[in-house]
Every structure is written in C-alpha cells, then in structure tokens.
Write a protein that binds this ligand. Structure first.
Ligand code: ADP
Ligand code: MG
Ligand code: ZN
Length: 477
C-alpha cells in the first residue's frame, strides 16, 4: 500500500526586542540565571503585565510578509497548565482572536517543485523559563531569564507533504523573518523552534490519519530527520496492523529516534480564557498600511533579482538571498566594482566558513567590502593565483590592511616572467633526468610532478599557465 504523508508545522520565533513582552526586563542571552527578572516575569501576586508595543508591530509585519489578514483588535488569552518553568501557572498567549490569520508562503523543493503552504494563524505569546539539570545531580534548577521573552507562533495548514518540504518551509520562514528584521534568527540560541505534526493516509484517501506531534526541533536538519523518521515509523506500524497513537514526541538527537513525551490520555486541556489584565491590542489601519509599504525586498524577489541583475546561478542567488546580512554585504562589495560571481564565491565559500567556524557574525568579522572587492579584482587580473588569494584573504581577516599592501609586504605577487621561470625549469630538468626520460618516452603524466616542483620552488607564486607552456616546450625539446 502507498501512503502519503500529511504534515503541519508550528514554528515559534523569538522576536528581536530589547525587553520582554510584558515587563522591562532585558531579553539578553547568557546572563546569570534569574538576573533578567522582575515581579511581572517571576509571576509574583499583584504584578500586572503591560504590553511591549514593539511585539504586535513585529507580529503584524511578519503577518504581512506571510500574506496574512491582520486583526486590528486582537486579544490575549491565558493558557493554563502547571509546570515548574511557568511561575504564573498560565502562559499569556492568544486563542480565538490571534493577530494574523489566513496567510501563505511559497516553498520550492527538487522533488515537488514550487508549492504554496497555507498559514492558519500567527499569534503572540510569552516564552516560559528553563529547567536546568546540573550534571551528576538529581536536582532541577529553574532559570526564569527566558520567561516573558516575546514569541510568535506560526501555525501552518496541513499542506506539507515531505520531510524535504518541511525543511524548506522552516528555512523560508527563517529567511523571511530575518529579512524583515523581526528576529535575529540565531538557531544556536533557539530563536526558531519547530513542532512537526505528522500523519499518513493511503494515497487517494481524503480523510487525514492520526497524527503525532514532535516538539521543539531547533534546527533545519532536525526537522528533516525527525519527519523522515516519523514517516517511516508510522508506515511500519500501519503495515504491522497497528493503530497510530496520537501523542506528543521528542526527538533524540543522538539516537536519531522519536520518543514519547505524553500520550493522548494526558492531552492538553488548557481552559483558555481572555486575560482580564490586558486590554485588546488595537492597531491603526494606517499603521498597517505603512508597514505594508515599507516591507523590505523579500527573499524570493531578491533571488530573482540577483539572477537577472547580477547573472548569478539559481543556487548562488538562493543562498545569498536567504540571509539579509550576507546579501547586503554582497551588494556592498559589488558597489566597489567586484565581479558578482567571484564576490559571491568568496562570500558563500570562505567567508561563510569563517563565520561558521568562529561563531562570529559578518559584522563582528568586519571584513571591509572595499578590500574584498579589491581582492577579487586582483584575482581577476591574474596577478595572484587562487592559492595565494587564500593566504591574502586570511591576512585581510587578521588585519585591516588592503590586499595590495599584503601582497607587497609578503612578496606574494605572481611570477609570470618567462625568463625567471625558465631558469628554474632548466635547473629542475637538469636535477631530475629520470623523469625527463620518462616524459620523453611517452609518459607525459610526469608533467604533474614538474608542475608541483615548480610551485614548491616559487612558493606557489609561479604563474601556472606560463609554467605549463615552459615545461611543455623544454621537455618536448
Ligand atoms: P492543536 O489544537 O492540537 O494544536 P491544531 O488543529 O492547532 O491542533 O493543529 C496543529 C498543527 O497540526 C497544525 O499545523 C495543523 O496543520 C497540523 N495538523 C492537524 N491535523 C493534522 C494531521 N492529521 N496530520 C498532520 N498535521 C495535522
Ligand atoms: Mg496548536
Ligand atoms: Zn520582568
């Protein structure tokens, strides 16, 4: 029997506000436990929440970018449950009057092409605290720094049909939300967390099967892996004649399996009701129109433009347009006259490797776009080889010097002078008569040996084209 996966995703996005959603505490990451707290986010009796106005503004901007209708008088509701990381014993969220509804976004995968995924709703809510389980101890500690950090939850329609699409969807949400600047989108800090609802149905059947929900997937890779696993697991259960149990699962990142967190018996009964401490959230229609007009160029449009305007391949354009800081940096480099393809290669190649390895942002690395453009021009002119260019690049990261200064200072200029290179070739041939014989006997592959030796002799600075033609000429003679 053939099965079709049906997948709906709920993504929590941490908003990039400086202070929390209902108090003035800082949202800064990595501070000592419980230092970013006050009576409001500690849930002390009598403390009252006051909405940070930046939160509905960010949520509305995201809603517009995701083609949603924006509600001009949305409402906060209490979601009641007991857990030690939730001091009030309710989470302030939204229920039947969320700020955004009825949106969609377009994803593209190799297998299924372009597809539109419906967005049911986006609502605002506060994050909970964190339980810390100290090594070797049975104690659980509570850190409430994160309690009250503003989130939006984006709920998709069950329109996703594969693990590949689930990953593409999460990547697209990340690209759009970071491009409009409502989140820093830092995956290591948990700024995007996805719950994946997965069910199977026989191909051709209209009705959905029973679903499971795998919670808290905090990387694109985990979403893909968990959905692949869950599809496989459910298929086997069904083929074994078993019923799928509706349950909440967690993803074990090291064993690469899902495991049960709670079953339907303990299913959520949150007793939602409007929060009497918070008034309706009013947004002026004019404000929404201003947001609509001021939305920046979104990733899809940017990708298209990069292909048309700068002649980039679809792949290159996709990688650059998914990251606002990177794409802005790229266009800055181009203003200094760099060739687009070469600039793109350096940015998505070496520069990205450096940001990944160091954990630093582009801004922290602070490589002058003008200097990078200069480097691409020097490479283009053939003055240095790509190997030497890497050395120059590393030096550029270490100091604010121009590539010209570095090349001059380190004597890295390419040697193309055939007189000078010719002398070295002569010496080399004289010192290796055996290989010369082999070449002349028809084993032309040994030319590789000589090229290697020449590069060694010139410390990588010999012009490969000149060396090759010199070698052919002298060996042939
Ligand atoms: P709940 O109220 O239990 O959270 P929702 O109706 O809000 O459930 O749905 C949560 C998510 O689950 C949505 O993204 C939705 O698209 C998805 N979903 C609902 N039913 C199914 C199903 N049978 N299979 C896969 N996903 C589903
Ligand atoms: Mg839900
Ligand atoms: Zn606080």
């Amino acid at each position: 029997m053939q099965f079709e996966p049906v997948i709906g995703l709920e993504i929590h996005v941490q908003l990039a506000t400086e202070s929390k959603i209902f108090c003035c505490c800082s949202t800064e990451f990595g501070n000592p436990p419980n230092s970013n707290t006050c009576p409001v986010c500690l849930g002390l009796p009598g403390a009252l929440p006051v909405l940070n106005s930046q939160v509905p503004e960010f949520a509305a901007q995201l809603g517009l970018a995701l083609n949603c209708d924006i509600r001009l008088d949305s409402q906060f509701a209490r979601k009641n449950y007991f857990y030690p990381d939730l001091p009030k014993a309710y989470q302030i969220s939204q229920f039947d009057r969320p700020i955004c509804e009825n949106g969609w976004l377009e994803i593209e995968t190799e297998t299924r092409g372009k597809r539109r995924i419906g967005i049911t709703r986006i609502h605002m809510e506060e994050d909970a605290g964190k339980l810390v389980h100290a090594d070797g101890s049975t104690e659980s500690l509570v850190d409430l720094n994160r309690a009250g950090v503003p989130l939006v939850e984006i709920v998709s329609e069950p329109d996703v049909r594969s693990a590949e699409e689930a990953k593409a969807y999460m990547e697209k949400i990340h690209a759009i939300a970071t491009t409009i600047g409502v989140t820093d989108g830092d995956m290591e800090k948990g700024h995007l967390r996805c719950d994946a609802n997965v069910s199977l149905r026989p191909v051709g059947q209209e009705e959905f099967g029973t679903r499971t929900e795998t919670k808290n997937l905090n990387s694109f890779r985990f979403v893909q892996q968990a959905v692949v696993y869950e599809i496989g697991r459910q298929r086997e259960e069904i083929l074994d004649g078993k019923q799928i149990v509706q349950e909440t699962l967690l993803w074990d990142t090291s064993r690469k399996v899902t495991f049960s967190m709670r079953s339907k018996e303990e299913a959520d009964e949150y007793r939602y009701f409007p929060d009497p401490d918070l008034p309706l959230v009013h947004l002026a229609p004019e404000l929404i129109e201003t947001f609509r007009k001021n939305l920046p160029e979104l990733p899809d449009a940017k990708r298209q433009r990069f292909m048309e305007e700068h002649g980039l391949s679809e792949y290159d354009a996709e990688v650059l347009s998914a990251d606002r800081k990177m794409s802005e940096y790229f266009e800055k480099v181009l203003t200094y006259g760099a060739a687009p393809k070469l600039a793109c290669n350096w940015i998505i190649g070496d520069l990205t490797r450096v940001t990944n390895e160091s954990g630093k942002s582009l801004k922290e690395i602070d490589l002058s776009p003008e200097h990078l453009a200069a480097l691409t021009k020097i490479i283009d002119s053939g003055e240095i080889s790509s190997k030497i260019a890497k050395i120059v690049f590393e030096e550029m990261l270490a100091s604010a010097r121009t590539p010209e200064e570095i090349i001059e200072e380190k004597g890295l200029k390419q040697v193309s002078d055939s007189g000078e290179l010719g002398r070295i070739v002569d010496e080399l041939l004289a010192a290796n008569p055996e290989q010369v014989e082999q070449y002349r006997a028809g084993k032309t592959k040994v030319i590789g040996f000589f090229v290697g030796q020449m590069m060694k002799q010139t410390q990588g600075k010999g012009n490969p084209a000149v060396i090759n033609s010199l070698l052919k000429e002298k060996l042939g003679g």
